[in-house]
Design a protein around this ligand. Structure first.
Ligand code: ADP
Length: 396
């Protein structure tokens, strides 16, 4: 079965066509600048060269049609016709409290996703536009919604409630939801599989460190806590997001800089994190290079970043009354040995540490703790698209 996995943003659309039997990616690509001048599609067939198709994309429906044209093209396509696309899996950012697992999309589901728009005003409407566009072009193809929040729905009340008046939860469903759930689920399951154990028997901490970053505590196969909250702004220091701060800072900056709350919100999301702290970059390759060249702010940002990761690990050890496995994943977690090593310096009390030789690898499944350590530290590359394809197949 061939599954088209779609991740639709307000002006972009990422896709992968995955064969569910071999789990091979047949082709992948990205539509950029949808609804703007200079729209283009980057399409890469497996084993082939990237093709750049410049074509106006007034809306997402045109973008989806161009993706289908590319996938079925005589030269760089990978299937003969639309008939060879058996299902579509959509990544949906926010399922609120309505979705604790993936679902087959129908009108009722679309309405329920719409009802979560308030909780993710930048993402959910764009995800819905992607669903509608695919429905127009692929009328009879079954579609599944896979939610970033679903895996975290098992969190207990004590982990997801904020210390705010209860009425805000009652009126607006303000609580912690968490994100990257597909990745936390995939990585914790894979970590157990690599160790030849059942996830149900383990306490696992997953550190998903990418542009956005979050940590989760997975106890006996269920998420019991995670670092992102109502929105992805909470928790770790990220590439450009500030993570946890004193909430009173918002009013303070707004007054001092004569900004609106919404402008301060943008600063906290787009101009903060290691980029804002270091004045260098949000990319950890640039940060590490700057630190090596003696840049004090880059060093400070990396130290603050890894200190925060270590503190979250500690709090989840407390939440689960122990830990068996700590798994690093996503762009930074998979590739940045320095971040893993700096975090590892805080793990002595757990009776584990990081083997420098094993830690030198990039982007591979590997155990990086030392033989005999009480806790296994490992790198487990994530694959959210494959997870979405698997869940799509399972449901149809
Ligand atoms: P997202 O999916 O959230 O956009 P990724 O998981 O792809 O993010 O992570 C992207 C980040 O990973 C980059 O911004 C960069 O900081 C980091 N990264 C990628 N490759 C490397 C590398 N070789 N060394 C260090 N950091 C890297």
């Amino acid at each position: 079965m061939n599954v088209l996995v779609i991740n639709c943003g307000s002006s972009s659309l990422k896709y992968q066509l995955i064969n569910s039997e071999s789990e091979a990616v047949l082709a992948k690509g990205l539509c950029e600048r949808i609804g703007m001048d200079g729209a283009r599609l980057n399409h890469t067939p497996a084993g082939g060269e990237k093709v750049v198709i410049e074509h106006p994309m007034p809306d997402h429906t045109v973008a989806v049609q161009l993706v289908i044209n590319a996938l079925t093209d005589a030269n760089y396509g990978v299937v003969k016709s639309l008939d060879e696309i058996d299902a579509v899996g959509h990544r949906i950012v926010h399922g609120g409290e309505k979705f604790a697992s993936s679902v087959v999309i129908n009108e009722e589901v679309i309405k329920a996703i719409e009802e979560c728009n308030d909780l993710a005003p930048l993402h959910n409407p764009a995800n819905l536009i992607g669903i509608r566009a695919c429905q127009k072009i692929m009328e009879n193809v079954p579609m599944v919604a896979v939610f970033d929040t679903a895996f975290h729905q098992t969190m207990p009340e004590k982990a997801y409630m904020y210390g705010l008046p209860y009425e805000y939860y009652e009126k607006y469903k303000i609580r912690r939801y968490g994100f990257h759930g597909t990745s936390h689920d995939f990585v914790s399951a894979r970590a157990a599989e690599i160790l030849g154990k059942k996830r149900e028997d383990l306490k696992i901490i997953v550190c998903h460190l990418g542009n956005g970053a979050s940590i989760s505590a997975v106890k006996n196969g269920k998420c019991v806590d995670t670092s992102m909250g109502l929105t992805p702004l909470e928790g770790l220091i990220m590439g450009t997001r500030c993570g946890d701060i004193d909430p009173a800072i918002v009013e303070f900056i707004a007054n001092k800089e004569n900004l609106s709350v919404s402008e301060v919100n943008t600063i906290m999301n787009k101009k903060s994190g290691v980029e804002g702290m270091s004045k260098v970059s949000s990319d950890f390759r640039d940060l590490s290079k700057a630190m090596d060249e003696g840049n004090a702010l880059a060093k400070m940002a990396l130290e603050a970043y890894t200190y925060r990761v270590a503190k979250y690990i500690g709090s989840y050890v407390a939440a689960m009354n122990g830990v068996d496995v700590i798994a690093f994943t996503a762009g930074i977690g998979e590739n940045d040995g320095r971040v893993r090593a700096m975090t590892g310096e805080y793990l002595d009390y757990l009776g584990c540490g990081i083997d420098p030789e094993k830690n030198a690898v990039r982007g591979e499944e590997i155990i990086i703790s030392r033989p005999g350590d009480k806790v296994t530290v490992m790198v487990v590359p994530t694959n959210e698209e494959l997870a979405i394809a698997r869940q799509t197949v399972a449901l149809i």
